[in-house]
Design a protein around this ligand. Structure first.
Ligand code: ADP
Length: 266
């Protein structure tokens, strides 16, 4: 169904953002950025206007995943305000901390510097009118997260985990961060990424290398929705490397992300 349209969360010069969804993970490398990119494509295919805020200061990978590395955000003046123009790929507007820092510098960034850059990106980007802004958060929990949460009026958080990671305290800490009484952001649910391996494109043979059903059980135990599972698929990795998320080119992959997107939107 069509998403409800509450008051815009962020006023932008040319419109507003209806919903802000944060994508988080207990730790790095579980596929948080990949899930963000493919969810964005699925939502866009469903007819929504979508933007991505890549706030992963430790490894901003959205520019590469959408083939817009090297994009230099242009600054413009609009009604006396400084605005920066997002990159655009597949109708998806993208602003990334990666546009402002060299990858090799990322690790040297200290909290305060990152936070001030992120605030500027949040408030000055000319997002235009968006149905959904997906915020790719840094992995884990910490002060940078709390700052982002303070600036962005996040409607819901999606937690990405692999089967092994779900048992680890990091995931619980992520959920607790959003549920903290001073934060109170609804957790839309958990996505299990790398749930199983298939040698070819999503056929019948499933190899549950890291165990099975962990995320679903975790979700049930903790009162969190289980949003769906994504297998380890070569095209997903290749799509990320080639600058074209797999959901844009592989219908079976797209269907999985679309199911997850539908559960988030409803
Ligand atoms: P994170 O944002 O959590 O650090 P990434 O999204 O950068 O993780 O993913 C880490 C690596 O795993 C990337 O090389 C990505 O292409 C790959 N990857 C993520 N999800 C899948 C998947 N379902 N199938 C195959 N490769 C994946």
């Amino acid at each position: 169904g069509a998403a409800p349209r509450p008051e815009p969360k962020l006023n932008t010069s040319t419109g507003g953002i209806a919903h802000v969804i944060a994508v988080a993970s207990g730790k790095g490398g579980v596929g948080k950025s990949t899930v963000t990119a493919n969810l964005a494509v699925a939502l866009r295919n469903m007819g929504f206007r979508v933007g991505i805020l890549d706030a992963d200061i430790y490894g901003p990978s959205q520019p590469k995943m959408f083939g817009v590395e090297g994009y230099m955000p242009e600054a413009v003046q609009e009604e006396g305000t400084d605005r920066i123009l997002p990159a655009e790929a597949m109708d998806i507007r993208l602003m990334s901390i990666g546009f402002f820092i060299k990858p090799t510098d990322a690790l040297l960034w200290r909290g305060a510097m990152a936070v001030s850059a992120l605030k500027q990106m949040i408030h000055q980007t000319r997002w235009g009118t968006l149905d959904f802004l997906l915020a790719d958060l840094p992995p884990g929990t910490g002060d940078v997260h709390l700052s982002i949460i303070g600036e962005l009026k996040i409607d819901a958080a999606v937690i990405v985990s692999t089967p092994q990671q779900v048992a680890v305290a990091d995931v619980a800490r992520g959920v607790e961060m959003f549920r903290n009484e001073n934060v109170r952001i609804p957790v839309a649910g958990i996505v299990e990424n790398m749930a199983w391996f298939t040698p070819a494109e999503l056929p019948e043979n499933r190899y549950y290398l890291f165990g099975r059903g962990g995320a679903r059980e975790y979700a049930e135990r903790n009162g969190v929705d289980f949003l769906g599972e994504i297998p380890i698929v070569q095209s997903i990795m290749e799509g990320s490397d080639a600058g074209l998320p797999a959901a844009a080119t592989h219908p079976l992959v797209e269907e999985r992300y679309r199911d997850i997107a539908r559960r988030i939107v409803e």
